[in-house]
Design a protein around this ligand. Structure first.
Ligand SMILES: NC(=O)c1ccc[n+]([C@@H]2O[C@H](COP(=O)([O-])OP(=O)(O)OC[C@H]3O[C@@H](n4cnc5c(N)ncnc54)[C@H](OP(=O)(O)O)[C@@H]3O)[C@@H](O)[C@H]2O)c1
Length: 425
């Protein structure tokens, strides 16, 4: 995909509105808390908001005196983007076509202290309408900017640049209604994460997507948390996307099982050592995905081996694979055509067991190097030891990049609470 994966994460009223004052009502406190909690847990490279939301949440209407800044003259046919040398971190991406936002720093300073935003590196997405002195102001503030369009922001071009120039793989789209509408019409929203507050909004409030067009999503999760409904949808499968959409659903479910079902099992005493972890995972996968797997000739196998894997000297703990039931081979093993996911499990205690855990990363590395396995790899580890949400594999690991998802659990510092979290490579 030549753009970041987009998750639209919003609080809505019962009647699907997202703007207005309804969020300030006492009925919505729990919804907002749940929203911020999910926001912190969704792994992404940053969040996108429209100009109005950025103004309301962060800049408060401040605007610089442009006459104090040197215009940055660009050839109108080739507006140059302005990127800083060191562009890693979490990004606050403002869709601000005319350059109306006045920032006092190049990082977000959140006056409300809403968790998850403070310190994010600001990036301005502009059109050719932006004043050249505004570009001078942004450069003086070391605020990166990219151009995408003449009068309106061309969403696809902006996302192409965010992926290829800035390196964003996943971004959260966090409103308001107008910017969401632009994304919906461009058909680039891959996932919806909605927290529904138990309230009906005012007639003047705007819907989740302004000026939307018809499009379908499929529900993949619905639950009640803190008295509010949390809904997750994936973009409806299109013929061309079918394979990718299937893989996305499996990926989503694996992560959902880890953060919810396995966490619950652990807290309720169902898990002890690797085998129960693997069995519990198998149980949840089949319970949740049973129909989908059946319909698509996909099966889940534990302690899997075939000719390819035999060559590595290892057998994966779990494989989700495509099966060709029309085959007339004598051995069922040879009916298996493609691996869609490989999962290794570990359940260890104490600091000294960390080497054992690393051993399984070597297995996964070998699958990539030796048999060129081309599917998502998961390493699921419960480590009964204190840790700070660190990943096992270094962030810049080349073999793991774009392939590995770590499903981790370890004790929070000075606490006996097991923290279930995810690291994507
Ligand atoms: N419920 C929630 O979870 C949630 C989340 C975020 C925000 N909100 C609420 O949403 C409200 C603001 O929403 P809103 O719909 O009025 O505004 P918005 O979507 O925040 O911002 C709209 C503005 O962004 C610019 N823009 C965005 N995409 C563009 C594109 N592709 N091309 C051209 N311009 C583009 C335009 O700026 P110009 O006007 O400068 O041309 C446009 O008017 C606030 O009340 C906020 O509290 C709610």
């Amino acid at each position: 995909m030549n753009r970041p994966y987009i998750i639209c994460h919003m609080v809505t009223s019962l009647d699907g509105k997202v703007t207005g004052d309804f969020l300030g009502n006492p009925e919505c406190v729990a919804a907002c808390e749940t929203y911020y909690e999910i926001n912190r847990n969704l792994k992404s490279n940053g969040f996108i908001c429209g100009r109005v939301t950025m103004e309301g949440s962060f800049t408060g209407g401040y605007y610089p005196e442009l006459s104090e800044y040197e215009p940055v003259r660009h050839d109108m046919d080739l507006k140059m983007d302005f990127i800083l040398d060191d562009m890693t971190g979490f990004y606050a991406i403002a869709f601000d076509p005319k350059g109306k936002l006045g920032w006092k720093s190049n990082k977000i300073i959140d006056p409300d202290g809403d968790p998850g935003y403070d310190g994010a590196q600001i990036i301005e997405v502009l059109t050719e309408q932006a004043d050249e002195r505004y570009l001078g102001y942004l450069e003086s503030m070391e605020i990166p900017y990219i151009f995408a369009g003449e009068t309106e922001i061309d969403v696809e071009l902006a996302l192409f640049k965010l992926k290829n120039i800035i390196g964003c793989d996943t971004l959260l789209l966090e409103g308001g209604s107008i910017v969401n509408g632009y994304f919906q019409r461009a058909d680039v929203i891959d996932e919806l994460s909605l927290v529904v507050a138990p309230i009906v909004a005012d007639k003047n409030d705007k819907p989740l997507f302004t000026d939307s067009t018809l499009s379908g999503f499929e529900v993949v999760n619905a639950k009640i948390e803190n008295g509010v409904t949390v809904l997750n949808y994936l973009k409806k499968i299109k013929e061309l996307d079918e394979e990718q959409s299937l893989i996305n659903k499996i990926d989503y479910t694996i992560k959902y099982i880890w953060e919810n079902k396995i966490k619950e099992d652990y807290n309720n005493g169902w898990l002890l050592k690797e085998d129960t972890l693997k069995n519990a995972f198998y149980f949840h996968l089949r319970s949740i995905l049973g129909d989908l797997l059946d319909k698509n000739d996909i099966r889940v196998f534990t302690e899997f081996t075939d000719e390819k894997f035999k060559g590595t000297g290892y057998r994966p703990d779990m494989v989700i694979a495509k099966v060709n039931f029309d085959s007339d081979d004598s051995y069922y093993e040879n009916y298996i055509t493609d691996c869609l996911a490989v999962i290794e499990f570990k359940y260890k205690q104490g600091f000294n067991s960390s080497n054992d855990i690393y051993e399984d990363y070597k297995k996964l590395h070998k699958y990539v190097d030796n048999i060129k396995i081309n599917c998502r790899l998961y390493m699921a580890t419960i480590w009964e030891y204190e840790d700070d949400e660190t990943c096992w594999e270094p962030e810049n690991s080349q073999w793991a990049s774009g392939k590995l998802t770590e499903l981790n659990a370890s004790y929070k510092r000075n606490s006996d609470e097991m923290n279930f979290y995810i690291c994507e490579h």
